[in-house]
Structures are given as structure tokens and as C-alpha cells.
Design a protein around this ligand. Structure first.
Ligand SMILES: Nc1nc2c(ncn2[C@@H]2O[C@H](COP(=O)(O)OP(=O)(O)OP(=O)(O)O)[C@@H](O)[C@H]2O)c(=O)[nH]1
Ligand SMILES: [Mg+2]
Length: 626
């Protein structure tokens, strides 16, 4: 793994947030710096160091680092390594922190204090934020902050990071020159881990906190959720519901967006004189971008469910439930969360693999992450499903379209498992490892955080639309419009353009799997970002339309007419494997520290995609779907 060098504003002293996973460091970081880093209720959300600007109460400018959680100062996985490297002053391009804010989980002091003692022993100036005090109170724990501060010999501030409580006191504390003094005394009193254990017991005893407190609500819920029979059924039902909702709930807003794009297109059409500008705006921009934007509602619905699962604490339970299944293909439940993140995008998924301690498991997880259906593929699936799968109910009320979408996601999951299985035999050491993973207590998802999370996804999506998708669309429009057709040409102009020629050349390669030249063109910009395949198809079809009315038509009915079912199925299957986008390849290079795995993954995905599409196309033809 190569570390990304962070660009920093080198002003002011450096403060680092340190603590166990899931104790609320990032929530506190966001409050202190006004950032919007990802917060979720499971261990291992933050895997990189992130910097923000922090103002003390008196307005002193400080640099604040959010770090991945760690259980100890002996790192066992690459993400813990990131945190420990910073503390030791070994991080690339970063000085050793001038002050450590040690974040403690008030509901789990026994474990969290052990890390605090180890951090203190490093001799860096240190203050403690006692977080999650609201949850501790709910469980009947009262912690004497003064006494804890005396025991630890450092200032302690009680906080509730999600509500911003205690944040102001923490800021004020940073103005006290005394807290910036190095801890000489602490260094002399250095002990070892066993000593720490005794020390923590002593502290808890003196604070009257030595009784274990049951997490009543969570424990009761877990009896159902983690039940060996009920649990998996519940998980399956939940996933199923999500895919039904993605289609059912999105229908209306999608119609509005579609109608809006069509209206805009015809308005501009009537405003601008005929010519290249009108073609660029109507057939390039509005058709291309509009073709992608209509899928926003589906993306929002999918992420709504993912965010609720993340915030409630259900995710690690799902990992626990699937541990046996993952074990059968040589992985542990540890790989589950990185793989699940890949449903948003393979890039955070591949980065989240840093939480996996075992190097072989980590590599396998990185290699199979692109097989899970990222949200960029949703527009491609949704387009093809809407065009080719009839809207009707089967088996008592289940929507056929939702069912097909579920099937495509399942195909991605099953092929990821199959590849993992193959790798298990190839690497001959995929033995099952016991899963050591914490189950956080359940929280009610905070509506504000879910809304913030959704807003973030909307922004990411729109930024892609306005950035890479826009660029590729304009580029494609140019390639598809020039050179102009020769005088006396009969077919649509695009056939004589650069893109047309390229498409026809590529079609030779893709003809055996049923792709026409329009699809072949769309695959190329689709490498930059998968949704571009949809906007590219929209542009290509708008440009190759024979008449004005046809050009203004939405893409869906056009391809429903133009393609055979066999072609559509073949393209769907292609995108299950979809030789990945370039940014994913760049991430693989960074995380594995070389080109080898880039070639391996691009190669095997291309081969799988081609082979699977070939088989599906030929079988469909044989069954009469041509
Ligand atoms: N009730 C309550 N929830 C909190 C508090 N602080 C954080 N949380 C929640 O606890 C969970 C974990 O918060 P994060 O900020 O992601 O934790 P983290 O320490 O950054 O975790 P990692 O990045 O995995 O190490 C999230 O669901 C937060 O919403 C708090 O003071 N009270
Ligand atoms: Mg975090």
C-alpha cells in the first residue's frame, strides 16, 4: 500500500484524534472542523488520515488530523498502521503531532482506557474527550469526569460528538498553554500491557465502574437478528425489499425528470437556429446528461437503505451472518464491509480493504471488489431493464423489473464468490479464520446524518454528471459529428464521423457477442465512468436518428426497437463484469503498490465479461431471442 501524500496548509500546531474504532472520532472531527467525513456505526469507517482546520476558542489556528481507529499501538492491519505511524512520527510527509486528543468511548471504558494509557506513555501532550456520554447515561453509567482526569493525569472533557456537546469546552482547553507541555512524568511511569490491564482495573474500581453493564436493547434485538435461521432470512428479505423499492419508489420522480429533459430539449430546439450549436446542446448535452440524470432517484433510494443500515449498526451483523458463507470461499466476514462498500463504488471498497489484517485476504478482496455492482452501473441496468423487461407482477405482487435487478446484483455477488473460490485454490491458503469483529450497539439512525449522507451522494453524482460525464459527452459529440458526411451521402451523418468509423471497427470485435456499432462506441467512454455508456448511447442514438422527432425521443423506446433481446441480455451481462473504470484501476495500483494487480484484474474481468456475454448471446439466439 502506498500512502497518499496529503496537501496541507502548513500553518499551526498539529493535533491528532486517536481512539478505538467506532468511538466517534470522525463525528468529533466533523464538529470541530466543519467537515463532512464519513461517519457510520461500525469499526473501520475511516481508513486514511484526513486533515482539517480547527480554531481554538480564542481563535488560534490549529491543524486537526482524523485517524483510523486502532485497538492498540501494535498495528495489526494497514488502517491501524496509518494511525500508529502518525503517532510515532513515521507518516510520510507529516510531522509528529504536537498534541493528541484521545477519544474514549464512555460505554466501553475498559478497552478504550487501555489504549489511552499506551498513548499517554508515548509522552506526547494529551487531552481526553470522553465521548458517547449520552449512551453511557442511558445505560445508567455515571462517570466522574474530575476523578477520571485525576486518575489519568490529563484534562478530560465530556462530549456527545453527534450533538456537538462538549465541543466548545474542548476548543477552550486548547488555549491553555499547560496542555501543550510534554508529559515527562508519564514517561517515567511506563509499564507494559499487563500493567496497563491492572491499572485500568484499578481505575474502574475506584470510579465505581467495575461492573459489566448489559446492553439490554441490543442484546435482545441480536437474539433475533443473529439467530441462525431467522437472521439470514431477515437479511435476504431486507435486500429483496431494497431492490423492489429502487424500482417501485423511483418510478414517479423518474418520469418527472424524463419529462423535464424532454421539455428542455424541445424548448432549446425551438430557440436555437439549426446548426452545430443546436446539435451540441440538444443531441449532445441534453440527451446525454439527461439520459443519466433520470437515474438519480434510484441512486438516492439505494443509498437511503445503505445509510440506514450503516448508521443503525446492522452492517457488522450482516458480516457476522455471512461469515460462514464467506468462509466457504476462503474469506472471512472481515471482507464483507469492504465488499459492501463496493456497491456504492469499488474505490472506497478497495480502500476499506485496509481493515483486513491478512495480506492474502486483503488482495483477494481487492480483486473481487469490482465484481460487485457499483452504483454507476445502476443507470445501465435500469435503462436496459426498463426497455426490455415488461412491467408486470409475478408471484403475487413482486415487480418483475425489481426481480431482474435483484438477479443482476446477485449475479455480481455469485461471480465474486466464484472468483474468490478459484483464488482460494490457486493461492492454496484460504483457510478459514475466525472472525474477530465488534458488534456495536444499535443506534437509531439520526435523520440529520442520513439526510447529510444522501446529500453527499447527490453531490457526488451531480459532480460526476457535470464533470467526467459532461466532458466525455462533449468529446463524443465532436467525434460523432466530424468530419461531416461527404456530399451525396445517404445514411445519418454519424456513420461517416470519426466515432462512427471507430464504432464500426470495434464492432468487428464485439459482433460475436451481439453488440452493434452504436454499443461498441459507447463502451469506450464507458471506461472513464460506467454511466457514460448510457449518456453516450443517448447521444449516439440522438445523432443517428433519421428524423427530427426521432432525435427528440427518449433512448429507452429507441433501443427497445433497435436491439434484439439477445443483444440486450448480452450487454447486461457485460456490465455485470464490466472491465472496470480507469479510476478503479488507479486505486488498485495505489493500494497494491504496483502494476501487476492492475493487469491481473483488468485482464480477468475483460475475459470474464467477453466469455459470459458470448455464452448468454449465443444461448439467447438459440432460444429464439434474436
Ligand atoms: N449517541 C451517540 N452516538 C455517537 C456519538 N459520537 C459518535 N456517535 C455515533 O457513533 C458511530 C461511530 O462514529 P464515527 O465518528 O464514525 O466513529 P470513528 O471513531 O470515526 O470510527 P472509525 O473511523 O471506524 O474508527 C456513528 O454512528 C456516530 O453517529 C455520541 O457522542 N453519541
Ligand atoms: Mg472515523
Amino acid at each position: 500500500m502506498k500512502e497518499a501524500v496529503i496537501h496541507v496548509h502548513r500553518g499551526g500546531p498539529l493535533v491528532a484524534l486517536v481512539g478505538n474504532p467506532n468511538c466517534g472520532k470522525t463525528a468529533l472531527f466533523n464538529r470541530l472542523t466543519g467537515s463532512h467525513q464519513k461517519v457510520a456505526n461500525y469499526a473501520g469507517v475511516t481508513v486514511e488520515r484526513k486533515e482539517g482546520r480547527l480554531l481554538s476558542a480564542e481563535g488560534k489556528v490549529l491543524r486537526l488530523l482524523d485517524l483510523p481507529g486502532t485497538y492498540s499501538l501494535n498495528p495489526r492491519s494497514p488502517d491501524e498502521q496509518v494511525a500508529v505511524d502518525v503517532l510515532m512520527g513515521r507518516a510520510v510527509g507529516e510531522k509528529r503531532p504536537d498534541l493528541v486528543v484521545c477519544v474514549l468511548d464512555a460505554t466501553n471504558l475498559r478497552r478504550t482506557l487501555r489504549l489511552a494509557l499506551a498513548v499517554k506513555r508515548l509522552g506526547l501532550p494529551c487531552v481526553v474527550a470522553l465521548n458517547m456520554t449520552d449512551l453511557a447515561k442511558q445505560r445508567g453509567l455515571t462517570i466522574d469526569v474530575e476523578a477520571l482526569s485525576r486518575e489519568l493525569g490529563v484534562p478530560v472533557v465530556s462530549t456527545i460528538a453527534v450533538r456537538g456537546e462538549g465541543v466548545q469546552q474542548l476548543r477552550a482547553l486548547l488555549d491553555d498553554p499547560a496542555v501543550w507541555q510534554a508529559q515527562q512524568a508519564a514517561q517515567q511511569a511506563a509499564t507494559d500491557a499487563v500493567g496497563d490491564h491492572e491499572h485500568v482495573r484499578g481505575i474502574l474500581l475506584r470510579l465505581g465502574l467495575d461492573q459489566a453493564v448489559p446492553r439490554l436493547f441490543s442484546d435482545r434485538l441480536d437474539r433475533v437478528v443473529l439467530h441462525p435461521v431467522v437472521g439470514p432470512i431477515l437479511l435476504l428479505a431486507l435486500l429483496f425489499l431494497i431492490f423492489q423499492a429502487v424500482f417501485a419508489w423511483a418510478e414517479l420522480p423518474m418520469q418527472w425528470l424524463e419529462a423535464g429533459a424532454a421539455w428542455l430539449g424541445s424548448e432549446v430546439e425551438s430557440l436555437l437556429p439549426e446548426g452545430w450549436l443546436r446539435s451540441l446542446v440538444v443531441e449532445g448535452l441534453i440527451a446525454g446528461l439527461g439520459g443519466v440524470v433520470v437515474f438519480l432517484p434510484q441512486i438516492i433510494i439505494l443509498f437511503f437503505f445503505i445509510l440506514v443500515m450503516e448508521e443503525s449498526g446492522y452492517l457488522p451483523r450482516a458480516a457476522f451472518l455471512l461469515d460462514r458463507l464467506m468462509g466457504s470461499v476462503g474469506l472471512s466476514g472481515r471482507s464483507f464491509i469492504p465488499l459492501l462498500s463496493s456497491f456504492a463504488c469499488a474505490i472506497p471498497g478497495i480502500m476499506a480493504a485496509r481493515t483486513i489484517a491478512n495480506p492474502r485476504d486483503r488482495l483477494v478482496t481487492i480483486l473481487i471488489a469490482p465484481l460487485l455492482t457499483c452504483s454507476a452501473r445502476l443507470p445501465v441496468y435500469a435503462l436496459l431493464i426498463s426497455a426490455f423487461v415488461p412491467q408486470r407482477e409475478v408471484w403475487g405482487g413482486l415487480e418483475l423489473q425489481g426481480l431482474v435487478l435483484f438477479g443482476l446484483y446477485l449475479a455480481g455477488i455469485l461471480s465474486a464468490m466464484a472468483v474468490a473460490l478459484v483464488l482460494k485454490y490457486l493461492t492454496a491458503q484460504g483457510q478459514v479464520r475466525t472472525l474477530m469483529m465488534e458488534l456495536p450497539s444499535y443506534h437509531w439512525p439520526n435523520p440529520a446524518s442520513v439526510a447529510a449522507g444522501l446529500w453527499l451522494r447527490v453531490k457526488i453524482f451531480l459532480r460526476r454528471v457535470g464533470g467526467i460525464i459532461l466532458t466525455m459527452t462533449v468529446l463524443l459529440w465532436f467525434l460523432a459529428s466530424f468530419p461531416a458526411p461527404p456530399i451525396g451521402a445517404t445514411g445519418p451523418a454519424i456513420e461517416y464521423s470519426l466515432a462512427g468509423m471507430l464504432g464500426q471497427a470495434l464492432a468487428v470485435i464485439f459482433e460475436p457477442i451481439g453488440f452493434n456499432w452504436q454499443i461498441s462506441i459507447a463502451l469506450v467512454p464507458g471506461l472513464a465512468a460506467r454511466e457514460v455508456a448510457v449518456s453516450a448511447l443517448s447521444t449516439v442514438y440522438a445523432l443517428s436518428a433519421a428524423t427530427e422527432e426521432a432525435a427528440a425521443q427518449a433512448l429507452m423506446p429507441l433501443i427497445a426497437q433497435d436491439w434484439s433481446l439477445a443483444t440486450a441480455l448480452s450487454l447486461l451481462v457485460w456490465y455485470v463484469f464490466a472491465p472496470m473504470c480507469l479510476s478503479t484501476l488507479a486505486t488498485i495500483r495505489r493500494e497494491t503498490g504496483g502494476w501487476a494487480m492492475v493487469w491481473v484484474s483488468a485482464g480477468y474481468l475483460f475475459a470474464l465479461a467477453y466469455a459470459a456475454s458470448f455464452i448468454v448471446y449465443r444461448v439467447a439466439l438459440a432460444l429464439g431471442a434474436g
